[in-house]
Write a protein that binds this ligand. Structure first.
Ligand SMILES: [Zn+2]
Length: 320
């Protein structure tokens, strides 16, 4: 059995939180394969993105869909391993969503004047190669990323004297805009899970977000992603109200690191609060008209006491 310490620690913290929730809420989760679950006697970890239920055996790395460390934001963008997701979800998010975020950070180097190379594809007609493309004031240069490719080497020596007039295309992908938004929503949702644990994911708002993350469709206007200088010093989680002091959601602020350029950018994603009214309000709000007020999320042990987040939103909207 390979139960490394970090994963076991996270498993224990969140399975205790799940146990605390199951005493309060009527939680419907899928049944563990091959047997019934007994929430009161055993510890379970629920994958926050697919709600698959796992017992301690899923910490064994030999288990096909084991619980893996998830970096939030992705490791390649400077995130830390703070929670567990099932291997399936962890892998799919990388190939489905995070790749678009990476491309999006990458393409910004086109215009930022930093002169830092951009990952691109050089299409020479007979073959495509990965290149680092660099723009500066006088010229554009590229470097092949994999020079130890014998095919490339032989083609380059063939072409040695015939570069003049050679036609080529350079393809740079900035990522699919819908996938970029969903990648941000996923990061924010997992950041919120890290702090609040299970109570949120079983609310209608949590269900709504999970559905969005898995959706292959276009993202509608109801997801609010900000890239705004006003939030640059506000990393963490904030309560959000509209101009009528209706506290309807949370703003999750985090930064993404472009490792090549060393540039960090702040992003903020608004997610609906735990009640159905919060979700309804969130769905009716348009980004263009939103005039937000922020309040830092009070420091409480949300994992230990699942009721805190509900009491908080309840009291916020009672004091109006
Ligand atoms: Zn999963």
């Amino acid at each position: 059995m390979n139960y490394d310490k970090k994963r076991l620690e996270i498993f224990n913290t969140y399975s205790e939180n799940f146990l605390a929730c199951s005493n309060i809420f009527d939680i419907q989760v899928g049944k563990i394969q091959g047997g019934k679950i007994n929430i009161e006697k055993e510890f379970f970890y629920i994958c926050p993105t697919c709600k698959g239920i796992h017992d301690e055996n899923s910490l064994d790395l030999n288990f096909p869909n084991h619980l893996s460390l998830e970096h939030v934001p992705p490791k390649s963008m400077g995130g830390k391993a703070t929670i567990l997701t099932c291997k399936k979800c962890n892998n799919t998010s990388g190939s489905d969503l995070d790749i678009h975020l990476t491309r999006n950070l990458n393409i910004k180097r086109l215009t930022d004047g930093s002169g830092i190379p951009i990952d691109s594809i050089l299409d020479l007609g007979f073959a495509k190669f990965k290149v680092d493309l660099k723009f500066d004031k006088q010229k554009t240069t590229w470097n092949f990323q994999h020079r130890n490719n014998p095919f490339l080497e032989s083609k380059l020596s063939e072409l040695q004297n015939s570069w003049d007039g050679l036609k080529f295309n350079v393809n740079i992908s900035g990522g699919n805009p819908d996938r970029i938004i969903l990648a941000h929503v996923r990061i924010a949702y997992l950041k919120l899970f890290e702090i609040l644990g299970y109570p949120y994911i079983f609310t209608p708002s949590g269900q709504f977000i999970i559905k969005q993350i898995h959706s292959k469709k276009e993202v509608k206007n109801n997801t609010l992603v900000f890239k705004d200088p006003r939030i640059s010093d506000k990393e963490g989680i904030h309560l959000v109200s509209d101009s009528n002091k209706n506290w309807f959601g949370v703003l999750v602020v985090y930064n993404l690191l472009d490792k090549k350029s060393g540039i960090r950018e702040h992003f903020g994603v608004v997610l609906p609060g735990p009640f159905v009214e919060n979700l309804e309000h969130f769905q009716n709000i348009q980004k263009t008209t939103i005039d937000i007020n922020l309040k830092k999320l009070p420091m409480m042990n949300y994992l230990e006491e699942p009721k805190h987040i509900f009491n908080l939103f309840h009291s916020l909207n009672q004091n109006v």
